[in-house]
Ligand binder design. Structure first.
Ligand code: PGA
Ligand code: ZN
Length: 424
């Protein structure tokens, strides 16, 4: 049987979960298969992320339209890809990287390139009737990720008094994914009740977590711990805590200073921030801390990892931007012991897999992630299982663009049946 080739590539402008335009790409194969994929979008983006091409035409969507990215898909990328073997993911991705020719995909746009890259993978899997996670991960794939559920939103994801961007509940003691999801969804609902009792807002932020005006960052953590207990779970044993400071968003440029102005704590040095983190790690059941320092504070990151990296997972997001160039430096310098992995930070499926491979080879962990602007696309759920990273973050127990990924993971677990694995 001849392997199917790419016969058509088209794209459309859709809206993401913040109501901003994003790219959806459709790839058709010679055997009639057609698949699509939709591209997410970040808010607290790293400086070195691949570029999301936006029109800048203020008469449409305040300049955020993606019509130029669409035309790059149909006018430039599509003609070169038609006739190619859909199973040659790496070759297809490399061709697009070469056609773009820039360091950060600013010519064609990472949103254009990634949409095609994901849609090609999905079309190839669909044409051979293999679930996407198995197609991308191979026969050994059977582990479900621990869902690090972001139940309180702060930082740039919410207009509230909290500096830390994400407070995640991590069901480390659950026996399987389905139960883990239940543990943290129940905690989310109990948390809502606790907030109501205190007359705090129960509206949610961009990733579906609550976003009230806590009296301090510590108050947020302590209220989550109370919710865990009230839900009938043991903090630190059944459910632990993970944080994403997204510290780039409260760094004072390159001065090495930070300004925790949302909570009113005010200015701190990198060393102060590291010392404060140490107190929290002692006091609270924290198992993972992402971006505790800013993307420019490599030295602070290294010190943080030296001090706490034996006890917790130290994840670099903005500092590594899923780019092997920065991850390699991090491995050499001991900057962290884990990298966040976001497909749209680098812009192709193959390069994202390279970033994962580099972490794995170095004995690092890697943490699969959604973006704060998402769509109903569930690609991330399959990708997380395929990459076998053991944990992912994809938002809270609210907002359907987040729930869609959890529901897809439930499906995958059910399909794997008793072969499914789950552990922290
Ligand atoms: P973003 O946030 O998608 O807005 O960048 C997620 C994160 O910082 O991990
Ligand atoms: Zn982050």
């Amino acid at each position: 049987m001849n392997r199917p080739t790419i016969s058509n590539v088209r794209a459309m402008e859709i809206l993401d979960s913040r109501g901003n335009p994003t790219v959806r790409v459709f790839v058709q194969l010679s055997d009639g298969t057609e698949s699509s994929a939709s591209v997410p979008s970040g808010a607290s983006t790293g400086e070195n992320e691949a570029i999301e091409l936006r029109d800048g035409d203020v008469s449409r969507y305040a300049g955020k339209g993606v019509l130029r990215a669409l035309s790059n898909v149909t006018e430039i990328i599509a003609p070169s890809l038609i006739g190619m073997d859909a199973f040659e993911q790496a070759r297809i991705d490399r061709l697009m990287i070469e056609m773009d020719g820039t360091e950060n995909k600013s010519k064609l746009g990472a949103n254009a390139i990634l949409g095609v890259s994901m849609a090609v993978a999905r079309a190839a899997a669909q044409s051979v009737h293999i679930p996407l996670y198995k197609y991308m991960g191979g026969v050994g794939v059977r582990r479900l990720p621990v869902p690090c559920m972001n139940i309180v939103n702060g930082g740039q994801h919410a207009d509230n008094s909290v500096d830390i961007q994400e407070f995640m509940a991590v069901p480390i003691g659950a026996p399987c994914f389905r139960e883990g999801l239940r543990y943290v969804a129940e905690t989310f609902h109990i948390l809502k009740g606790l907030l109501k009792d205190r007359h705090l807002a129960t509206s949610v932020g961009d990733e579906g977590g609550f976003a009230p005006n806590f009296s301090s960052n510590e108050d947020a953590i302590e209220t989550i711990i109370l919710a865990i207990e009230k839900a009938g779970y043991r903090p630190g044993e059944d459910i632990a805590i993970a944080l994403d400071s997204a510290a780039t968003s409260f760094a004072c440029g390159n001065t090495g200073e930070y300004d925790l102005n949302k909570s009113g704590v005010g200015k701190m040095t990198s060393a102060d921030l590291i010392a404060l983190a140490g107190e929290w790690i002692k006091k609270y059941p924290i198992v993972l801390w992402e971006d505790p320092l800013s993307e420019n504070d490599w030295e602070g990151f290294r010190t943080f990892t030296e001090k706490y990296g034996q006890n917790i997972e130290v994840v670099g997001d903005d500092i590594f931007v899923t780019n092997t160039r920065y991850i390699a430096r991090g491995i050499k310098e001991g900057t962290a012991n884990s990298s966040l992995i976001k497909l749209n930070q680098i812009g192709t499926v193959s390069e994202t897999i390279e970033a994962v491979r580099m972490c794995r080879d170095a004995g690092w962990r890697y943490f699969l992630s959604h973006r704060s602007g998402e769509t109903e696309d569930t690609f991330l759920a399959d990708f997380a299982v395929a990459m076998d990273g053991g944990h992912l973050k994809t938002g809270s127990a609210s907002r359907s663009e987040r729930i869609a990924k959890y529901n897809r993971l439930l499906e995958i677990e059910q399909e794997l049946g008793s072969d499914a694995l789950y552990y922290w």
